[in-house]
Design a protein around this ligand. Sequence first.
Ligand SMILES: [Zn+2]
Length: 91
Amino acid sequence: MEAKYKCKYCGETFEKPVQLAQHVRAKHKRAKRREKERVGLEALSGKVNKVIEAVGILKGLQVSPNLSEGERKILDNVLKNIEDLVSHLQK
Ligand SMILES: [Zn+2]
């Protein structure tokens, strides 16, 4: 009994991996690309969440009484830039 290679998109089986690869290339090019895009988007949203966390930390720092007026302004600017960037990424 030969090993069967099953297509993960439609369930069709093939005798050889090379046949499966050809089949996927011919029939499921789009699905493959969509999957790649989805994985990329998930990775990006994970990174965005990390940045949002960092923004929370910076906001905590911003209200610290130890900051000078100048430092507060710099932090304010940094936060504005990051939040701007995040809002673009989340669209
Ligand atoms: Zn298939």
